[in-house]
Write a new protein. Structure first.
Length: 344
């Protein structure tokens, strides 16, 4: 796997030339070769970054080198603002954006943005398996197919925590403060219900936004908070586990459909193995990042009591679920509500 360290402008120009020249697929002797570019916005050591590199290695191995993969981490090639356009135009072939990034083209994927759908990462494989209503909304999403995309898997970033400069143990603590969110209506109304001011901002801009006081805090996983040094400009991280960040591993469908059958199989198998690898790594990396934040000494990790966490949940469940019933799908919402009742 090659990992170029081009500057974004040079990379963009190079990719434009590649597309214009039609060099994907390319021929090497009598054997057809294909190029796969995978761009993402997180750093290499995050669950997404580790899984992206693992996926790339497996694709090259399983394809016998007939698919050559380049991974571009940390918004080096495309960022939050342009990565969806890039994959739809085939400027990149694979992305793993958070579900919130699909709001405009596949609104039902906001199901993963709903609050408190998981209490623990171990629940994710069962609740979001391809044969559940939630899983069907992800893996068999007609809006994605209509936009030329195919889902290869669901990757975990982990459970979300609140980072801020004030201790957050009750919804009232959020009142009037600006919190960075991903661009999702579901996330926007959650924070409004709690009294916060939701502020969409690109992931790469969060640290500077916190440093400059443009925002007061945000929500993210421990690994993303620590890898982007957000904790160095925040006094508190509240371990609320109120939501989940899931990455939808997505491939440009036109590129995928043009692969020979055996190479499609290689990509599918690599995606399955990378998803399994990611799930194990995500929990490990988040624990390590939490420990790093604790040991830094400048940020206090606050653990709400069961009753304090429940107060946040009661404000948004089931009201947020019902609010998006028509967008997400009644079958999905009913399944979530039924499961919530069983959990108690």
């Amino acid at each position: 796997m090659r990992r170029p360290r081009w500057k974004p402008l040079i990379a963009g120009l190079s990719i434009s030339l590649l597309l214009l020249s039609g060099c994907n697929p390319a021929r090497s002797g009598d054997q057809q070769k294909f190029e796969l570019r995978f761009a993402h916005v997180t750093s290499v050591g995050t669950p997404k970054g580790l899984a992206a590199d693992f996926f790339a290695e497996q694709v090259e191995k399983k394809s016998g080198g007939r698919i050559e993969v380049e991974v571009f981490p940390n918004s080096e090639l495309y960022g939050d603002k342009d990565e969806m356009q890039a994959i739809q135009s085939n400027a990149v072939q694979v992305l793993a954006p958070a579900s919130a990034k699909f709001t405009t083209i596949a609104p039902s994927l906001q199901v993963l943005d709903l609050p408190f759908i998981f209490d623990d990462p171990d629940e994710i494989p069962e609740v979001a398996s391809p044969d559940t209503e939630i899983g069907k909304a992800i893996y068999a999403n007609p809006d994605l197919e209509e936009n030329g995309l195919k889902v290869l898997g669901l990757w975990d970033s982990g459970m979300k925590q609140i980072h801020s400069n004030n201790k957050t143990l009750k919804p009232e603590d959020m009142r009037g403060k600006k919190y960075r969110i991903q661009p999702s209506d579901v996330l926007r109304t959650q924070f409004e219900t709690w009294g916060g001011i939701p502020t969409p901002l690109a992931f790469a801009e969060v640290y500077s936004g916190l440093q400059q006081g443009l925002i007061d805090g945000g929500e993210n996983t421990y690994s993303n908070i620590q890898s982007q040094n957000m904790h160095t400009v925040q006094k508190y991280v509240t371990e609320l586990d109120h939501g989940y960040i899931g990455y939808i591993l997505t491939v440009n469908k036109r590129w995928y459909d043009e692969l020979p059958d055996d190479l499609q199989t290689a990509v599918d198998e690599a995606a399955d193995e990378a998803s399994e690898f990611n799930r194990k790594e995500a929990q490990k990396v988040n624990e390590e990042s939490k420990q790093t934040i604790e040991e830094s000494g400048g940020t206090e990790i606050v653990i709400p009591s069961k009753e304090e966490r429940q107060a946040f949940k009661d404000m948004v469940v089931p009201s947020e679920y019902e609010k998006y019933r028509d967008v997400i799908g009644p079958e999905v919402v009913d399944e979530l509500l039924e499961r919530n009742e069983k959990r108690g």
